[in-house]
Design a protein around this ligand. Structure first.
Ligand code: BEZ
Length: 258
């Protein structure tokens, strides 16, 4: 299944710019070259796709959300974007590189995205990605689980819609698909949120919806308020909220013989 979030693309661009701002140094790792064909998988509103285009590469950004792709086209009319599901996307011609920032944790089953990446790459082509790794947003998820469980007097199973693998788990998936992992890092990236005391409520409004589908509409604001209070001792300080992000960053190369 793919996590169906009804993306608000302008809110994403306006209040959650940190998503692509943090991804900028991932482009240094990609090292896009003039004339290379590069696929940006899960391009969102296109900011990093445009940076890759600025380097002279021939880049295509794909995203499953038509709202995101429309916003990307408005933001960067000279860059190519397509609405496409990363699980089944099969390009006509292979790419020199596949790039992805903050998208792969939304895609299930993860193996379907990895298969697309393997199919999209030339032999010897590179895959450079960053997304939520094992332990990502642990305090946020724990607080949501407790708030929802407490509200309904039961534990909500399968609450967490995201895929946050360890290095070993993701490397195995890539290797099974014919990619050789050259480098991988799992690291904390505490991420300050904008908007002072409303920052966490805004984050939950943007990203937390899949966790709240089990909660009837009329109970949601109470659950959110309770979750925010449970997070406060861990994630609030110096007048702002900080999301407890952990990133998995990976560089892999498609085997020649595949
Ligand atoms: C992340 O970028 O780590 C993330 C974003 C939204 C929901 C969960 C994780």
């Amino acid at each position: 299944m793919v996590c169906q979030n009804a993306w608000n693309a302008s809110l994403y661009d306006d209040r959650h710019a940190f998503v692509y701002q943090h991804g900028a140094d991932l482009i240094d790792l990609l090292k896009p070259q003039p004339g290379e064909r590069i696929l940006d998988l899960g391009c969102g509103t296109g900011h990093l796709t445009a940076k890759i285009a600025d380097a002279g590469a021939d880049v295509l950004g794909i995203d499953a959300s038509s709202a995101m792709v429309e916003q990307a086209r408005r933001n960067f009319p000279g860059v190519s974007f397509e609405v496409a599901d990363a699980r089944g996307f099969r390009p006509d011609r292979p790419f020199d590189a596949v790039f992805s920032n903050a998208a792969l944790h939304w895609i299930r089953p993860p193996g379907a995205a990895v298969e697309t990446i393997a199919c999209a790459l030339k032999a010897g082509g590179r895959f450079v990605a960053e997304f939520g790794g094992r332990g990502n947003v642990r305090q946020i998820v724990t607080a949501l689980e407790a708030a929802i469980g407490g509200h309904f007097g039961r534990v909500v199973e399968d609450l967490n819609p995201w895929y946050f693998p360890s290095i070993a788990e993701y490397a195995s998936l890539l290797e099974r698909a014919g990619l050789e992992v050259r480098d991988a890092w799992l690291f904390d990236r505490p991420t300050p949120l904008d908007d002072g005391d409303t920052g966490m409520a805004n984050w939950l409004a943007m990203f937390g919806e899949p966790c709240l589908t089990a909660v009837p509409e009329e109970g949601r604001s109470e659950v959110i308020a309770r979750a925010i209070e449970l997070m406060r001792p861990h994630l609030w300080g110096e007048g702002r909220w900080t999301a407890d992000y952990r990133r998995l960053r990976v560089v892999a190369v498609k085997d020649d013989e595949r």
